[in-house]
Design a binder for this molecule. Sequence first.
Ligand SMILES: [Zn+2]
Ligand SMILES: [Zn+2]
Length: 276
Amino acid sequence: MTLAISSAIIIILWAIVLTILERIIPYQKGYKIFREGYWMDLFWYTIVQSYFCGILIANIIQALDAWTGFSHFQIASKFPLIIQIIFFFLIHEIWQYWFHRLQHSNKFFWRTHEAAHATPEVDWLVGSRSHAIEILIAQTFEFAPIILLGASPEVPIIKATLDSVWGMYNHSNIRVNHGPLIYIFNGPQLHRWHHHKAYSKCGVNFATKLSLWDWLWGTAYLPEKNVLPEYGLQNPNYPSYNYLKQLILIFRPFRSKKIGSKKLASHNSFLAGSAE
Ligand SMILES: [Zn+2]
Ligand SMILES: [Zn+2]
């Protein structure tokens, strides 16, 4: 069995395990397996978009490599596989933390991210709701160094598997307690607060796999009491369950404060809400 097939099997099995755990030890009770938007997230985001973005990213990186010729030197593959994985894991974690912070602080980049925050329920599948532009930027920056530095062919597959498995775990509606490990490793215990309505603009808990960065850079938030977050965007007009609208709405004009543009502003607001 190839590593790529093993990876696909691991991801599918992990989805099944999390679905079962969400029934046995739910953090919030009353969630349905096939919640509103489930099939949209699975079909459009997880399958269709991932497929086309994957092809595009591979072509971008190939073009970069043809232009620079960096992979020819095979710098990374001179190190043991585990060292390569740890190295690329760490640099990606730091990059992803700061890119995620940018998405919450910049008007345009927020638009590439608001779909991820738009659901009133957060379960293992919600992590798939990343805009195509977000995927193209985030994953090109993630995988280009791996290819250009000539890492072993196993590295991108192992890295992609880890991304999927951890992303699904972070969003799963399960009651887990990391204990003191919460200061190092991210999980639903912290990440659910990232999706809390009140924090969607300012942002807390930006890390993906290592919560360490949030504690280190002062953005960690973990309430002491056992309380329930309220998920979703503050704007009720956002099309939370329409993939194509979510795809094109990032290109809507920014609202202008000039006199005479009221009509346009109210139109924009109606279309996508006041995320900015
Ligand atoms: Zn976010
Ligand atoms: Zn999330």
